[in-house]
Write a protein that binds this ligand. Structure first.
Ligand code: ATR
Length: 481
């Protein structure tokens, strides 16, 4: 099991005490960052006191900190802190050449964390470099390296797993490396760092609340099964909240983490390396993943998109839970869909899942899309009428307006101010369904609601498709929470 360390980013020591007092139940130790303190508070470091374990760190700008002053001053302050006897650990960079500090730390029983940072990427022979940076056996080596690509992440895990039993601190920074912070226990990292809510002291820090309550960090050990989600971008996804809440509630030793990805083949190598049990697939990989997996279900073939991949032995099976996730909330809110006339905005992967599901229920569907050729392709595939996403389609939409469904990303950040159907006036009788869930009410839904339409957003769809995935990953029904 790894520990949680909260990095204190306060300007005043008295504010550090306040954070320590409010967060000590959620974390195991704190890191006092002298470079965040005011000059006066830096000079008062000798008086700092805490009944909880604290790491003393004074980080230079080139290592990701704020300090860019005189090196002798930095050494003097570290010296004062170490001698105060109030710190359990001191973080001394591998390039800091001060035998005196090493000696004083040892004399005062302050454990040395010997650290290096690489903001460019994963250095060659990371594992060896990490172990070699120790100056004596009792030091704890630490490396924080930037993960810029899936290739970097693969290299990171390959190296990390060769030294998983060594006492160390090891983490990948940035959104590609975020999963390494959560999976600290799997790579044998003594701790993971976090920041208080609303602050990120380093690229990829989340709050203790997210570590504990979203990821169940304290339950993760070497036996924990790993599930995940691949996408790009992926950090905004709410899927970890849903899946992990299920595992925590049912006491399943598993964790679901985001993997920002730019190379599917290399991600599959990571999945083998970490023995990932199953993963969700989101934009833009739902189609590209299909040729890379061994077997796909009929629905994946029909929709041409796969959002769920599960491991069976050494093979992968691709499924589509989007179409069930899409249709269930609609039936629940609207009722029977047989012979209903439905307009769908969009011609992407989500659109295909929606048409597949609607046709299964006996609805009559038409498609409107910005790029007419894409609407035509989809229309040919499913034998449905189509038109442009413009005022030229007003009549077509009017004739198919029992339900109007929005399946594009228009309405979601950074297009949150756009209503893709702004050229169309609602009568108030249409039922509107937008598969976007953030924001909860898009411009399209807002305008419809104003006109008197009943509306539905994508939150229930997200949940429903996740519940199906949960069953595929764990074999269990999602708990009632
Ligand atoms: P997904 O798999 O999530 O459906 P996709 O396959 O990339 O994603 O499809 C995105 C859909 O959003 C497409 O229908 C796209 O329209 P085009 O076919 O014209 O590209 C639509 N879309 C994206 N940005 C849009 C915009 N600014 N205005 C209108 N439609 C847009």
């Amino acid at each position: 099991m790894s520990k949680i360390c909260l990095t204190l980013t306060e300007n005043r020591l008295e504010d550090c005490y306040k954070v320590i007092n409010t967060k000590n139940q959620q974390v195991d130790l704190f890191e006092l960052r002298v470079d965040f303190l005011s000059p006066i508070d830096q000079l008062m470091l000798g008086e700092f006191k805490s009944e909880y374990p604290v790491i003393l760190t004074f980080r230079k700008e080139c290592d990701g900190g704020l300090y860019n002053g005189d090196e002798n001053y930095r050494i003097q302050i570290l010296n004062m802190g170490i001698k105060s006897g109030n710190f359990d650990y001191v973080d001394l960079e591998a390039d800091l050449d001060s035998p005196l500090l090493d000696e004083i730390a040892k004399k005062n029983c302050v454990k040395i964390i010997r650290s290096f940072h690489d903001f460019n990427g994963v250095p060659k022979n990371l594992a060896k470099k990490l172990i070699d940076c120790k100056r004596s056996e009792d030091e704890i080596p630490k490396a924080a390296v930037m993960i810029n690509t899936t290739e970097d992440l693969l290299e990171f895990y390959r190296e990390a797993l060769t030294i998983s039993s060594e006492n160390k601190i090891l983490l990948g920074m940035g959104s590609f490396g975020f999963n390494t912070r959560i999976l600290a226990a799997k790579i044998g990292s003594m701790l993971t760092f976090c920041s208080k809510e609303g602050i990120s002291a380093a690229p990829g820090h989340v709050s203790p609340d997210v570590l504990n309550n979203v990821y169940g960090f304290k339950n993760i050990d070497s036996d924990t099964k790993i599930m995940g989600i691949i996408g790009n971008p992926v950090m905004h996804t709410k899927s970890p909240d849903i899946h992990n809440r299920g595992y925590i509630t049912q006491g399943i030793n598993a964790v679901y983490v985001p993997f920002e990805t730019d190379n599917l083949e290399l991600f599959l190598k990571i999945a083998d390396l970490l023995n990932i049990v199953g993963f969700s697939v989101t934009v833009p990989f739902k189609t590209d993943i299909i040729p890379l997996i061994n077997n796909v279900t009929e629905s994946v073939k029909m929709i041409g998109a796969c959002n769920t991949v599960t491991r069976v032995g050494m093979t992968w099976i691709g499924e589509n839970t989007d179409y069930v996730g899409f249709i269930r909330p609609l039936i629940k809110s609207y009722g029977d869909l047989k012979d209903k006339k439905v307009t769908i905005i969009g011609a992407g992967g989500s659109t295909k899942a929606a048409i597949y599901a609607l046709k299964k229920e006996g609805a009559n569907v038409i498609v409107v899309n910005r790029t007419l050729t894409k609407a035509a392709d989809i229309a040919t595939l499913y034998s449905v009428p189509y038109g442009p996403l413009s005022s030229d389609s007003i009549k077509l939409i009017e004739e198919n307006s029992d339900i109007i469904i929005q399946t594009t990303n228009v309405g979601m950040h950074p297009l949150e101010d756009i209503d893709p159907l702004s050229f169309y006036s609602f009568s108030g009788k249409e039922f509107l369904y937008d598969i976007i869930y953030t924001p909860a009410v898009t411009k399209f839904l807002e305008r419809g609601k104003h006109a008197g339409c009943n509306i539905l957003n994508g939150m229930d769809m997200l949940k429903e498709q996740a519940y199906r995935q949960y069953k595929l990953f764990t074999g269990l029904d999602y708990p009632v929470i």
